[in-house]
Ligand binder design. Sequence first.
Ligand code: IMP
Length: 427
Amino acid sequence: MSTTILIGAQWGDEGKGKIIDVLTERVDWVVRAQGGNNAGHTVEVGEERFVLHLVPSGILHEGKRCVIGNGVVLDPVALVEEIQGVAARGFPVEGRLFISDRAHVVFPYHRMLDAQGEARRAKGDQIGTTQRGIGPAYSDKAARFGLRMADLVDPEFPALLKARVEEKNRALAALGAPVADYDDVLAAVQQAMETLRPLVCDTVPLLHAAVRAGEHILFEGAQGILLDIDFGTYPFVTSSNAGSGGASTGSGVPPNRMDRVVGVLKAYTTRVGEGPFPTELHDADGEELRRVGREFGATTGRPRRCGWFDAVVARHAVMTCGVDEWALTKLDVLDGFETLKICTAYELDGRRIEHFPANVREVARCRPVYEEWPGWRTSTRGAARFDDLPDAARRYIARLEDVTGAPAGILSLGPRRADTLFREMPR
Ligand code: IMP
């Protein structure tokens, strides 16, 4: 199996950073194909904690090569800061990080428009974005007004940027908002490009050569399927395809070259930002999940909303992403609970439904249908094999596999690389 797509199977924050980090041992390349620095992938290496936003997590493994693909929107100034941060901590990127010349660029006016968009939405319609300019940058891409990394290395870049800044400033001024300063934006980008220029290339032939050579590639998904612009809780979503399809369109490696999809699934559910969340808890159990699971956004620091495991969501991920196996994370967070609940279906306006509705107002009216499972009330940390887990934990996992229709091939029992169990999966 040489190409693996890893996706988030809920609303992001499933613990993808850690799983990617563990799987990176087995691959040659790690590729980001969508999203931008709205993502926050947390990785613990020894005693050190890294939060990566744009740089693929593979950078923390010597000798692995990383690609930021065409589907990503990247803020050059933020990327340089991140590159310098990891380099200062012992992970230089030269010769290991390749940036697609087709990737779209996030400029300060995108961030300003993101903030304005949120501020101007009525209460209840706000998305709760990360304010990183992601939506406006993807809007420009779709409107064919964006600039790509190829434009930033072009001698005409100053003129191309000037036209954009003028146009966006007209929009910002009309909103009565502060405008962008062209000279400042140009200077900041040109300074960032001193670091980035040598890393920019056509990453498509690079990845195809790797596929032909039988090298192993891991596609590092960002966000999660319920934040996907097509399959998520639209409009409370991000602006890219966070499902497995995004790995192909965002990298140039076509679907028939993909071998396996790993869905990262938290043993309970969380969400940051606004939008419906059927199993959300507003009680002591929800507080406990947040406290024990340290559920605070890696990018914005916002407290995450917490709730019980939702199999309707997980089945949606299996269908839309073709999940072959789960990496089930944060099982240890449930160690102290006496009773656990699993949502197996929803009740919508008196009907039982098994599939995730398209209409976000319907999702908001969905009531979870729960079954209760006994907790194990003992620490799972340190288990070396699946069979070492308490019976109740194994039963909980078996039930999750049953109700979601995919097996749990990887179990994560803590933030460190060592707290990970692998089960042999039939291939
Ligand atoms: P945006 O991607 O900044 O436009 O935000 C849109 C929605 O996606 C908001 O609800 C964010 O909280 C959410 N979001 C974006 N990126 C992530 C992520 O990496 N993890 C979790 N939520 C995210």
